[in-house]
Design a protein around this ligand. Sequence first.
Ligand code: S3P
Length: 458
Amino acid sequence: MESFLIDPAKAPLAGEARVPGDKSIGHRAVLFAGLGNGQSVISGLSGGQDNQRTVEALTALGIEVHPAGPGRLKIEGRGLFGLRAPERDLDCGNSGTSIRLLSGVLSAQRFSSRLCGDRYLNARPMRRVVNPLSRMGGVLYGVPGAKEGDLYPPLSIDPAQSLHGIRHESHIASAQVKSAVLLCSLWAEGVTEVVEPTRSRDHTERMLRALGAPIFTSDDTPPPSMPALSRLSPSGWKRELPAVALEVPGDLSSAAFLLGAALLVPGSRVVLSGVGLNRSRTGVLDAFEQLCPGAVTVHERREVQGEEIGDLHMIAPPDQGLRPMRIDGTLSVRALDELPLLAALSGLALGETVIAGAKELRVKESDRIVATCALLRAFGVECEERPDGLVVQGRGRGPLRAARVDSFGDHRIAMAGAVLALAAPSQSRIEDTANVNTSFPGFVGTLYSLGARIHIVR
Ligand code: S3P
């Protein structure tokens, strides 16, 4: 099993780095390329295992995919009606986004298929997609599991007799659920609407719009409404998506770990260029602003294919302490994947940090509320679990201890641990860290290049 060994940082981190391509956008880019007409070229892909699962599924569905250099794929799209029956189960590995997005696409096909995953993915709830897709006419089956009444992978999907649009009012803000429904609506008769309590990441909507699909979102006309609506009205649409040449922006969720590492080491100066700054994702920057006002600044804001990007500069003040944070409501949704990291950083702030409104953390790659608390406690930080979040008693930079701790099979817990370890008084060890390759291949090398002393041991 792979582990990280991390030494305390002796000098400020410094330098410029590139982060891997955005995982969420990567999934959508390759999917839409496979459903488009003709050859698409997708660049800037992370090479992470999760995106690779979506690529492999497309290949199994008859789409030709050709590597064309690092992070670059040429994908021969066969149009919305060109997928072929797979000869084997489609293995989504650890990737929740692959299984949920593909469930929407496969519910609309004229052949049967089965989606499965690793033991972590097989423990993640799927009724959230099975229910709305079934209401659209999809024929899907999951298997019963840990929570009574819910359904889990493998998901078996049979051809639908007919598909029709629905209005899906979701009680959770989930981009995976929303995207599954919107993807299925590409083949359905009539209007499909998804209403969510707070706008979850909207990459699917942005990409559909860029591809000329008839999509409307309630934030098209400011001020953004709450709850948030996404609607696809296919009447009069030719049901064709063009091929694209798309450059995937850097992943803010990966960048966050490098920014967090720099913030923990006073005097650090780090620049990360070309990072995605979609508003539905930038909660982590707002949280950094609470933690250390003015430390992160955005430069060269620009828009690339409907997504905002920019360069991030982190200048960690040499002497200033970190402040506790309050993260709840919309901010929790906009910083969802970064909450374990933010909780870890708050262990070094002076005072109580409260993270609430984040029940969804319980059904991620691990139960991230349990896993984050275990991580913090291993480093000597007091942390209390709440049903929908956690409370951290930060005691400033001093009292941390070195830890030997498990990642719970979760890439973001592993990386949050590696960051926290930089501030410990002696070497720490994070175990079971190969999962970091699902989202951030090259994490160790990149952190090392900025001056951290981190090694992989087997
Ligand atoms: C993702 C959506 C989020 C996020 C995940 C990626 C996506 O999950 O946590 O890492 O790409 O759509 P939910 O939609 O389930 O909240």
